[in-house]
Ligand binder design. Structure first.
Ligand SMILES: Cc1cc2nc3c(=O)[nH]c(=O)nc-3n(C[C@H](O)[C@H](O)[C@H](O)COP(=O)(O)O)c2cc1C
Length: 186
């Protein structure tokens, strides 16, 4: 199997997963490097993919640790696993955060009221829980200030497919406008 085919299958599977909340590809792991220089991993909801631009998109609260980490180290890793096909994808790329700008506004408008409510907490995520109760913002504009869109442009995929006889591993890299690759020892 060639790099282009692996990448095409990957995008096809990701696109399908966007409509299916139960699909494991819809809930990847997103990895950054923490301020203590250790890997920092968390689940996110994959919101959009753009094949031409090689974009993976999720939403977050601008005040979370991962956003601070991205300011220092924008190179990230996403981990996807398809249990049915026993395929793992470790995906690398550079990430940008969009906050209170045209891009963030476009995505914010697409969110349901229920989804927008995720950003209504006045207390900062990851800080100590207050003595009484959490302060909720009522103003949607204030909640919008907490919202951001995180977009990774991917350029490397380390693919592993488990097999009964032998596993298959292939490293795909984006170079000079195309995906190229080489088979690796699994
Ligand atoms: C199934 C699942 C989906 C999640 N989706 C998101 C998401 O799309 N965006 C997000 O910022 N956090 C999401 N979270 C919460 C993160 O995993 C994490 O706990 C939170 O964002 C704080 O991470 P940080 O302190 O490393 O920034 C999700 C958690 C779970 C369990």
């Amino acid at each position: 199997m060639q790099a282009a085919q692996i990448i095409q299958d990957f995008w096809d599977s990701l696109k399908d997963s966007l409509k299916e909340f139960q699909n494991p590809l819809h809930l990847p792991v997103f990895g950054t490097i923490s301020s203590r220089q250790v890997p920092s991993l968390r689940k996110v909801v994959l919101r959009e993919v753009n094949i031409e631009k090689r974009f993976l998109v999720f939403y977050s609260d601008y005040r979370t640790s991962k956003i601070q980490e991205l300011k220092v180290a924008p190179r990230v890793c996403w981990l996807f696993y398809e249990p049915e096909k026993e395929r793992q994808y470790r995906v690398y790329g550079d990430t940008k955060v969009y906050h209170t700008n045209e891009v963030a506004c476009k995505y914010w408008k697409k969110l349901s009221y229920q989804d927008q409510k995720e950003y209504h907490l006045r207390s900062t995520p990851g800080t100590t829980y207050p003595k009484d109760k959490l302060e909720i913002e009522t103003d949607s504009q204030e909640a919008y200030q907490n919202f951001c869109v995180v977009i990774t442009q991917i350029d490397e995929v380390d693919y592993l497919e488990l097999g009964v006889e032998e596993h298959f591993r292939y490293l795909c890299t984006y170079q000079q406008q195309e995906w190229v690759g080489k088979r690796l020892v699994p």
